[in-house]
Design a protein around this ligand. Structure first.
Ligand code: ITT
Length: 200
């Protein structure tokens, strides 16, 4: 069985990652479950850089196979905000009901065809020997007119995946994982890692 430590403190992410990587050959541990902590400053300028910063910080402490997820919401009509600042938008500890309401307010009067956006997820791996791999995937969609649904986390209640009449906060987790930025990125990473000979 392959042991993988995921360098995230976000419980919403961990729940989804454990479900996406649900395989008898894989044991997923959050950094907390592995007894590790990091307070790395996410000062990269891209999702990829920030994912690598997080993965390296935990790999430095354990030298095991570490994965990290850096993700966020890009709203085209807002110049791709909040983007890499999604967690920090309006303050790290501000409730998402307020962050979501602020985005809807900023899109007041913007018609549906211009409310496009996407969730982005970069997944970085640092292998036991220090080798680094990064992948990036997206889930396209548009910003709704109100918050809907209590599944998921973060900006899910205001995001409508392309081709769906519901928000990603209304989709059962398994269904979201099939189409999501995170689901696609972690499955792609696992495909690459499975082919690696030296991944621990
Ligand atoms: P870690 O760095 O510890 O992993 P974090 O929450 O700070 O946790 P990020 O810096 O990657 O993680 O910020 C990602 C933010 O983007 C997250 O807090 C949500 O607000 C948003 N986000 C990412 N994926 C999402 C999803 O699937 N559904 C809803 N919001 C999402």
């Amino acid at each position: 069985m392959k042991r993988i430590i995921v360098a995230t403190g976000n419980m919403g992410k961990i729940r989804e990652i454990k479900s996406i990587m649900n395989d008898d050959d894989i044991e997923i541990l959050s950094m907390k479950e592995a007894g590790l902590e990091t307070d790395v400053e996410e000062n990269g300028t891209t999702f990829e850089e920030n994912a690598l910063l997080k993965a390296r910080a935990i790999h430095e402490k354990c030298k095991e196979l570490v994965l990290a997820d850096d993700s966020g919401l890009e709203v085209d009509a807002l110049n791709k905000e909040p983007g890499i600042y999604s967690a920090r938008y309006l303050g790290e500890d501000t409730p998402y009901s307020i962050k979501n309401a602020a985005i809807i307010e900023r899109l007041d009067g913007v018609p549906k065809e211009e409310r496009t956006g996407r969730f982005v997820c970069a997944v970085a791996a640092v292998l036991p020997d220090g080798k680094e791999i990064v992948v990036r995937e997206t889930m396209e969609g548009y910003i709704g007119y109100e918050e809907r649904g209590t599944n998921g986390f973060g900006y899910d209640p205001i995001f409508r995946p392309e081709g769906y009449e519901v928000s990603s906060g209304e989709l059962p987790m398994e269904e979201k994982n099939q189409i999501s930025h995170r689901g696609k990125a972690f499955r792609k990473m696992w495909e690459i890692l499975s082919k690696e000979e030296n991944n621990g």
